[in-house]
Design a protein around this ligand. Structure first.
Ligand SMILES: [Mg+2]
Length: 171
C-alpha cells in the first residue's frame, strides 16, 4: 500500500461508541489512546459527557488500558481528565508520534495498540508513525474556522479511498 497507508485508517465509524470492548478484544488490542477534541468531545466542551465518560471507563473496566493524547494545552487536558484519571499527554504535536509513544511506553498492557481520533493528517498519520492501528470517528462537531474546513477538504480523497478499499474487502 506504500505511503498511502499513512493516510488510510483501519476503520471509520460514526463515533467512539462504535468502538466497544468486544471490538478491541476481537483484534487483540488492549491499549487504546484517544484523541480528545472532536473525538471524545466537542472542542468547546471542557469536560466529557456522562455517556463518553461511562464508555471510556467501561472499556478500562474490561481490561483495555485507556490513555488520552491531545495537541491542545496542558490546562485543557488536565480539566478534561479530572473525572477520568487516565494517563494523558498534552501538547502532543501530532502528527508527531512522540506523545503516542509516551502513552504506550508507560502502559502495563503489552498487546495490540490503537489510536482513536478524528483527523487523517494528525491522528492517522501519528498512529502510523507509531506503528499502531488507527480508528477514526466522524468529528463530534465540525469546527467552523477556515483552517479546519481546509483540512477536511484535503481529507476527502483519503476517506473515499478508505471506503473503496473497505468495499473491496482490502482493509
Ligand atoms: Mg481531534
Amino acid at each position: 500500500m506504500g505511503i498511502l497507508r499513512y493516510f488510510t485508517p483501519d476503520r471509520m465509524e460514526r463515533d467512539i461508541y462504535c468502538y466497544t470492548a468486544k471490538f478491541f478484544a476481537s483484534r487483540g488490542i488492549d491499549r487504546v489512546v484517544f484523541d480528545i477534541d472532536n473525538t471524545v468531545a466537542a472542542c468547546d466542551s471542557p469536560v466529557p459527557s456522562e455517556r463518553a465518560k461511562q464508555h471510556l471507563l467501561s472499556l478500562k473496566e474490561s481490561g483495555v488500558d485507556i490513555m488520552l493524547v491531545s495537541n491542545n494545552s496542558e490546562e485543557r487536558v488536565r480539566i478534561f481528565n479530572e473525572g477520568l484519571g487516565f494517563f494523558a499527554v498534552a501538547d502532543a504535536h501530532k502528527p508527531s508520534a512522540s506523545g503516542l509513544k509516551r502513552c504506550l511506553e508507560q502502559s502495563r498492557n503489552s498487546g495490540g495498540s490503537a489510536l482513536v481520533g478524528d483527523q487523517i493528517f494528525t491522528d492517522c498519520l501519528a498512529a502510523r508513525r507509531a506503528g499502531i492501528s488507527c480508528f477514526l470517528v466522524e468529528p463530534v462537531k465540525t469546527a467552523e474556522n477556515a483552517f479546519f474546513r481546509f483540512k477536511r477538504f484535503w481529507e476527502r480523497p483519503f476517506i473515499r479511498r478508505y471506503k473503496r478499499l473497505l468495499k473491496r474487502g482490502k482493509l
